[in-house]
Design a protein around this ligand. Structure first.
Ligand code: 13P
Length: 333
């Protein structure tokens, strides 16, 4: 296989020691849910203010290697007219872009979904590259429900579509993040979460390898392995660390550039604590760090509360949250 050193350089920059990725890639609809937390209407100006606070905070580059944006935010600018992607690039933070277009029902498979977004992806990548993006994200959703859910069929079709996205991304000079999210909501046990997550990631990497995707230029974004949020017993950080690392050792080839975590609706504190426990288990074949959205954004949103006079405070809170996650990625909390 032809070596694509540019991709490897981007992946290495994203996985720099002590840094992680901010997933600020909410669709306009989901951004509205974040704004609703601070009683702000979902209007373009409020979304812009929210992103401007996140991206312009002094010092975030010490802890953040990359930021994932959404179509409307990569086209957006600061109040002074500087494109957000340029703000990040000037700080040495790699701009990224979410390119999947969300999920649709998978006909014939009750409760299961398939991710959309392959149409015109080559053209979209060309444009995003010109706008500054050097990595991308595609998310598939896996829900643990009845005994048969997720089905092999839903895992396979999602893995194939994700693989096609990864091929197109790499051909465009963009590092693909592949994100199979096993949903935390539910009443499943830790054991069940481990079985499903292992199987999901195995199917994904088998497919990526069948289609010759260059794993050295690809990053896995995974859920942590933990019992469902409605299960009787919540998982301790040590149990999360053991189950999550066992899962990766059973499913992730060592060539994969690295692994980053989503927070998946855990509280910010719990996400950070679990990351720290995982890092404390010692060196692994892959760099492992964070790519949180809610676990980074919620504390700064609360500090901001949508008020101009709170913007500096919100930036301070953001910096502190990023620092805590940086320390956690090194097991130093
Ligand atoms: P959370 O960290 O809020 O789970 O979001 C991460 C993400 O990128 C979801 O796709």
């Amino acid at each position: 296989m032809k070596k694509n050193t540019k991709l490897y350089e981007t992946a290495a920059a994203l996985l720099a020691s002590g840094k992680g990725i901010l997933a600020a890639d909410e669709s306009d609809g989901t951004a509205g849910k974040r704004l609703a937390m601070v009683h702000l209407p979902n209007e373009p100006e409020n979304r812009q203010d929210f992103r401007e606070i996140l991206f312009t905070a002094d010092g975030i580059e010490e802890y953040l290697s990359g930021v994932i944006m959404y179509d409307s935010s990569i086209r957006n600018t600061t109040d002074d007219g500087v494109p957000f992607a340029d703000v990040l690039t000037a700080k040495g933070i790699v701009p990224g872009i979410k390119v999947d277009l969300g999920t649709r029902d998978l006909e014939g498979f009750k409760g299961e979904v398939v991710t959309q977004g392959l149409d015109n992806l080559e053209e979209r990548f060309k444009e995003y590259y010109n706008l500054g993006a050097r990595f991308a994200k595609w998310r598939m959703v896996v829900t643990i429900d009845e005994d048969e859910t997720p089905t092999d069929e839903s895992l396979k079709i999602n893995a194939v579509m994700m693989t096609r996205y990864a091929q197109i991304a790499q051909a465009a000079g963009i590092v693909p993040i592949v994100e199979p999210e096993v949903i935390h909501a539910g009443d499943h046990s830790l054991e069940k979460a481990e079985i499903v997550t292992t199987r999901t990631i195995q199917v994904l990497f088998q497919t990526l390898m069948e289609y010759k995707v260059d794993l050295q230029g690809l990053i896995l974004k995974s859920s942590m392995v933990l019992a469902g949020d409605k299960y009787s017993e919540q998982t301790s950080p040590e149990a999360v660390a053991n189950a999550t690392l066992r899962t990766f050792h059973m499913s992730v080839p060592h060539e994969c550039a690295g692994i980053v975590f989503l927070s998946g609706g855990q509280t910010p504190e719990r996400s950070t604590e679990n990351l720290n426990a995982i890092a404390k288990m010692g060196e692994q074949p892959w760099t492992i760090t964070f790519s949180f959205s809610r676990a980074i954004e919620e504390p700064m949103l609360k500090a901001w509360a949508g008020k101009k006079e709170n913007e500096d405070k919100a930036k301070e809170v953001l910096l502190e949250t990023c620092k805590q996650n940086s320390l956690a990625s090194l097991g130093k909390l």
